[in-house]
Write a protein that binds this ligand. Structure first.
Ligand code: OGA
Ligand code: NI
Length: 337
């Protein structure tokens, strides 16, 4: 069978065996509650004069819900729409073209794969294709990106720069709130920028499979441009809840490195992705990630507190994370003090 689901030539009417989860791992048929009160932070309203309010909003959101959404974030809606269009157009390109980007080698800086990077060895596949590439610095990466659709590089290039600026702006507010020095997260801690586009074709039976496993993001912080088709779920107070997409709002998900650096003041929420029985779903994630050799540890500013974690390099963390089957608790266990 063709590995990339977006290359399947026929519309799937029934679930292929390899995508059916064992009963204890299936999401099942029940209707999940909608997470109605995910904080929606208006960045314009809090620009400048209301910085304290903004800090407070981000902190209480992160503490109560794990994630938050921003509006009036400065990324033009037309640029968001164009980026979504070229991403979908890429997944609709001919099979051979997409296959030329196929790789499960993490060293490949622009790659498409299906399910997880462990496709060849996993027992059950997730209902997902993923296209990932590096974005920063742009001039070192852009030539590796698809030149088809013809607008891809231009549109995604502009989007990557804008999104990076926004994420660093939000990190600046976070560092201020955490009592860290200005520019704390600039530089090595946020050096690597990945664009990660998830594409889930229509699924004949979403109760039997998942579009992405439950996980916490291993990076510093993630920004997610959602699809109008729902699918993201957050594990909140012991239950899975649906995130209702708000058009052109952007979701921020603190990653495990932020949890460690903030000595546990931020958490890194567990989330997963459901598939949809009527429509395909495409989302665009941007991850800011520390460079491989940089030392990660609870910030020195918290030397008065008991540090919860020892220091490690991001490379060491990421290897441990993949060896722990991408389970955050198992991975963090190795770095606990
Ligand atoms: C991720 C992720 C959610 C989504 O890429 O880490 O959680 O809705 N994505 O695509
Ligand atoms: Ni995630």
């Amino acid at each position: 069978m063709e590995i990339l689901m977006s290359n399947w030539s026929e519309v799937v009417q029934s679930m292929p065996e390899k995508y059916i989860f064992p009963p204890n791992k299936r999401p099942g048929n029940h209707v999940f509650p909608v997470f109605k009160n995910i904080p929606l932070i208006d960045l314009e309203e809090t620009n400048g004069r209301d910085r304290t309010k903004l800090i407070q909003q981000i902190f209480s959101a992160s503490q109560d819900f794990g994630i938050f959404q921003v509006i009036n974030h400065g990324i033009p809606t037309s640029l968001m729409d164009d980026t979504m269009s070229v991403s979908k157009e890429f997944f609709a390109m001919p099979a051979e073209y997409k296959t030329s980007f196929y790789s499960t080698d993490i060293a490949r800086k622009c790659r498409i794969y299906s399910s997880t990077m462990n496709y060849d060895n996993e027992e059950v596949h997730y209902w997902r294709d993923n296209f990932t590439h590096h974005c920063h610095p742009l001039e070192d990466q852009i030539y590796l990106w698809p030149d088809n659709p013809t607008r891809y590089r231009e549109v995604v290039g502009e989007y990557s720069v804008e999104v990076r600026r926004l994420m660093l702006r939000i990190l600046e507010v976070i560092s201020e709130g955490l009592g860290l020095k200005p520019g704390y997260f600039d530089g090595e801690l946020s050096k690597t920028q990945l664009l990660s586009v998830n594409h889930h074709i229509r699924c004949p039976n979403p109760s039997l499979t998942l579009g992405m496993p439950e996980h916490s993001d291993p990076n510093l912080i993630s920004l997610l441009q959602q699809s109008s088709v729902p699918g993201l779920q957050i594990f909140h107070h012991g239950q899975w809840m649906d995130v209702d997409p708000i058009p052109h709002a952007l979701i921020l998900i603190p990653g495990l490195q932020l949890k460690v650096i903030s000595n546990g003041k931020f958490s890194s929420p567990i989330h997963r992705v459901m598939t949809h029985s009527e429509e395909a779903r495409t989302t665009i994630g941007t991850f800011l990630i520390p460079s491989q050799e940089i030392c990660i540890e609870p910030a020195k500013e918290y030397s008065g507190e008991d540090p919860l974690y020892r220091s490690f390099t991001y490379k060491e963390f990421f290897n441990t994370f993949t060896q722990s089957n991408c389970d955050a608790d198992t991975a963090l266990q190795y770095f606990k003090k």
